[in-house]
Design a protein around this ligand. Structure first.
Ligand code: DHB
Ligand code: MG
Length: 222
């Protein structure tokens, strides 16, 4: 096996995407509308969206919490994994993003399953404490607050809840001690919490896909 070249890994990701994910009108339109609305193209890659979808089905998730809706791309993938009566509660800090996501989620046919809560995670998460616990939590919001979001994931979950954290690799920067940016330091604090907090068992995987070189942490609430 040789080291990946940019052309090589991009071609492999396209092959996996074309072969196993394919085109899907609702999801593809959500990405176009997100771009047209001026939002950054930082939704998860298609292979990653399908991974989240499959993980929700593997876990038998009925209630999913997403922190960071953006244009609703991953939200649609997650909502499509749910049984009748299931729910995705997704938190979005930016009202304009939430409006675009709402339209895309409705157009994709899963509007009845998705509850968008507009506000910053730190304010919205405490309001969910009285609700039924979540079976899967996907954290994909500001990287500075990762540890706070993980603490809430443990509180709002139950033993067996699956937690996924996006962007824990950041092109290798998370392992570079010279990188002291707020996002990288926030990501390290999140990973250190996963390692030391007895409520979690966790690992992380590097990802090399349409969004470049990054990583996801996958954790179980124990
Ligand atoms: C950024 C955020 C993300 O969630 C992502 O998947 C990629 C990049 C960012 O803020 O740069
Ligand atoms: Mg992300």
């Amino acid at each position: 096996m040789s080291d990946p070249t940019p052309d090589g890994w991009r071609a492999l990701d396209r092959y996996f995407t074309d072969t196993l994910v394919g085109a899907e009108p609702g999801l593809d339109q959500a990405v176009r509308d997100q771009a047209d609305a001026g939002m950054p193209a930082i939704e998860v890659a298609p292979v990653n969206g399908k991974f989240l979808h499959l993980l929700a089905r593997i876990a038998g998730a009925r209630r999913v919490l997403e922190i960071g809706t953006l244009g609703g791309y991953s939200t649609i993938w997650l909502a499509r994994a749910l049984p009748e009566g299931g729910r995705v509660v997704t938190i979005e800090a930016e009202p304009a993003n939430a409006a675009v996501a709402r339209a895309s989620i409705d157009r994709a046919g899963v509007g009845a399953l998705v509850d968008i809560r507009v506000g910053r995670g730190e304010h919205v998460l405490p309001t969910l404490a009285g609700e039924e616990p979540f079976d899967l939590v996907f954290i994909d919001a500001d990287k500075e607050s990762g540890a706070l979001y993980l603490d809430w994931a443990a509180r709002l979950g139950h033993p067996g809840t699956v937690v996924v954290v996006d962007n824990v690799g950041r092109a290798g920067r998370v392992a570079d001690p010279g990188d002291t940016s707020a996002q990288v330091e926030g990501t390290r604090r999140a990973l250190e919490l996963l390692a030391s907090d007895p409520r979690f068992e966790a690992t992380a995987l590097q990802t090399l896909d349409a969004k470049g070189w990054d990583g996801i942490a996958v954790a179980l609430v124990v």
